[in-house]
Design a protein around this ligand. Structure first.
Ligand SMILES: *Cc1c(COP(=O)(O)O)cnc(C)c1O
Length: 365
């Protein structure tokens, strides 16, 4: 067997998908599965589909294309990163609905749609205060009267995303402003629009008090993958957290300390090293064969709580095992709890083997 190994507990992910669907139904909210955290791999996408999910969103066009090829026309696909001009052609080809936030993109999409004698659906991205992508609300209202110029575009609705760049947390006031904006735009455009919000950190608003009116859709990734809300640093108590684990193998155990009498440069990534934080006497250290190419060491936690991660390079993870009751040896396997960013990197790394617990080729039987 080959290590490192990313273990994926499909039955717990499945429980989360079922629970979220029940909750959202009760809240009169539809939910979209965000697949960028696991490169939209087949076993998880298939599970979502079999549990009734028909809407998928991803920031990487290639992931959406593979979902289209896998699941056909029954699903709706949303590109949640603003499209590059070089991607527009593929949006048409695979019937993908993009989030758009510039007039340049609208104009370009419209002229492509006209050339093809077709219509392109899209969603207008609105900045909800996190200062990443999106039209400013005032700006959107001002330009709304010129939308009829884009004769070959169909606007499905508006969408806002927070807590990504600046950690701005959503509150009821933000929702109210977005609902208000939706209503004003509906009047100008004389059509129904949907309001979509994301990601997981919005869930809390529905838990706190019942159902803010006028929000139609929530986009979730972290919730069904981890049962966790990283922006609020808390677990979601009604979801499962045991979904992903990483196993990796010890390749060296020795007492070690850095030589204090030799000048220090920078580490292999050009980062400064703080020698004052390092122990003056040798401590028992284990090297495991997994590194920053495969994981993010800030989102990885040893199952043995007395083991501490002290560093990582491209190919090694360095552990202080001095305090542990276990006598770790070369060849032994260590288990880690693994977070969102780290799971993404593991999916992107060809060096990490993936194992799906409870995966059945045909789950419908
Ligand atoms: C990643 C992302 C989401 C999902 O966020 P989670 O925190 O994983 O639930 C929703 N919307 C957009 C635009 C995103 O980029």
């Amino acid at each position: 067997m080959q290590y490192p190994l990313l273990e994926i507990n499909l039955s717990n992910i499945e429980k989360n998908v079922v629970t979220l669907t029940e909750k959202c139904t009760r809240w009169n909210l539809s939910w979209v599965a965000v697949t960028k955290g696991f490169c939209a791999v087949y076993p998880i996408v298939k599970l979502l589909f079999q549990k009734g999910v028909r809407r998928f969103a991803d920031s990487n066009l290639l992931n959406l294309i593979s979902i289209r090829q896998l699941l056909g026309e029954e699903v709706e696909l949303f590109l949640i990163r603003l499209p590059m001009f070089s991607e527009l052609e593929l949006l048409f080809q695979y019937r993908i609905v993009p989030f758009v936030s510039t007039t340049e993109s609208l104009t370009k999409l419209n002229s492509l749609a006209r050339e093809k004698n077709t219509n392109q659906r899209l969603i207008l991205a609105v900045d909800g205060g996190d200062a990443r992508e999106g039209f400013m609300p005032e700006e959107l209202l001002q330009m709304a009267t010129s939308f009829p110029n884009w004769s070959h575009l169909t606007i499905d609705g508006i969408a806002t995303t927070v807590a990504c760049l600046n950690g701005v947390l959503p509150d009821r006031d933000l929702l109210q402003r977005m609902v208000q904006l939706k209503h004003e735009l509906q009047l100008i455009l004389k059509q129904q629009l949907k309001l979509s919000v994301g990601g997981t950190t919005f869930l809390e608003l529905w838990e706190e008090a019942c159902c803010p009116e006028g929000v139609d859709e929530i986009r979730l990734g972290e919730a069904f993958l981890f049962g966790h809300d990283i922006s609020r640093k808390k677990s979601i108590p009604w979801l499962e957290q045991e979904t992903f684990s990483l196993w990796s193998e010890v390749v060296e155990v020795r007492p070690k300390k850095p030589n204090q009498f030799i000048g220090r440069g920078f580490d292999a990534f050009g980062r400064e090293v703080d020698a004052t934080k390092q122990s003056k006497r040798a401590r028992k250290q284990a090297l495991v064969a997994v590194g920053l190419q495969d994981i993010d060491d800030s989102q990885l936690w040893p199952e043995d709580s007395r083991v501490r991660i002290t560093g990582a390079t491209s190919n090694y993870l360095v552990l202080d095992i001095e305090e542990s009751a276990n006598r770790y040896q070369t060849g032994q396997l260590l288990k880690f709890k693994i977070g969102y960013g780290s799971v993404l990197r593991a999916f992107l790394s060809p060096y990490v083997r993936k194992e799906y617990l409870d995966f059945q080729e045909d789950r419908t039987r």
